[in-house]
Write a protein of this length. Structure first.
Length: 223
């Protein structure tokens, strides 16, 4: 039996909010809008950069057309790349646990709604890209999470056999849990905070607030 574990990126493996916030505020300023604060951006994440851009402009009373949003999204992503992800970091113990999972025979993949290029660049910069057999972003396939077909696309690349293998999705958003349910695999919700109330409300098989809890949680839900 093979073992596969898929991770979301933002809010799950990394805290990259400050770089996203800087890039979005730079874009907003270029269009005459006041900046957002970190809490604003955190509430807008999870559905890819196009929706993030739409929500950011809506928060400033602007409703660009879809065609205009296409252009704004391209501009945002360019500004985001220019940050060089200077303040993006892995959550505590995430790298240690990823390396242990790899050592224990788990095949690791990334399944994020963020575009694929920054996913790869961030994981490379943080020194963990080599641990991932597949790195898939929101533009890697025709659909994104919460559509379970996106996880199916990733699992197919990994060689997953549903009749014999185990697969788990780890993420911090309802999109992650719902995609896992749609794909017929286990789900673990992550909340890097002391209060796991929000994570528990997502309906996953389990919720963790520290990566040191992941090994025992995996054992419990996949037994």
């Amino acid at each position: 039996m093979a073992k596969f574990i898929l991770f979301d990126l933002d809010g799950t493996l990394i805290d990259g909010v400050d770089d996203i916030l800087f890039a979005m505020n730079d874009l907003l300023a270029a269009h005459g809008h006041a900046p957002l604060v970190r809490h604003d951006i955190e509430a807008m994440l999870g559905d890819g950069t196009w929706m993030l851009t739409k929500r950011a402009f809506a928060a400033r009373g602007s409703e660009p057309t879809d065609e205009m949003l296409d252009e704004l999204n391209v501009d945002f992503n360019a500004r985001y790349v220019e940050t060089d992800y200077a303040y993006t970091r892995l959550f505590e113990n995430a790298e240690t646990v990823l390396r242990q999972l790899k050592s224990d025979g788990w095949t690791i993949a990334l399944a994020s709604n963020k575009p694929e290029a920054p996913c790869k660049a961030i994981l490379t910069k943080l020194g963990v890209a080599d641990l991932f057999s597949v790195i898939a972003g929101g533009d890697s396939f025709e659909v994104k999470k919460p559509d379970g077909r996106f996880l199916g696309f990733v699992l197919d690349q990994l060689g997953f056999d549903k009749s014999t293998d185990t697969a788990i999705m780890v993420g911090d958003h309802a999109n992650d849990v719902n995609a896992a349910r749609a794909a017929g695999i286990h789900a673990i919700a992550v909340a890097m905070e002391f209060d796991a109330t929000r994570a528990k409300s997502l309906g996953a098989d389990a919720a963790i607030t520290n990566y040191l809890q992941l090994d025992s949680t995996i054992t419990r839900i996949s037994a």
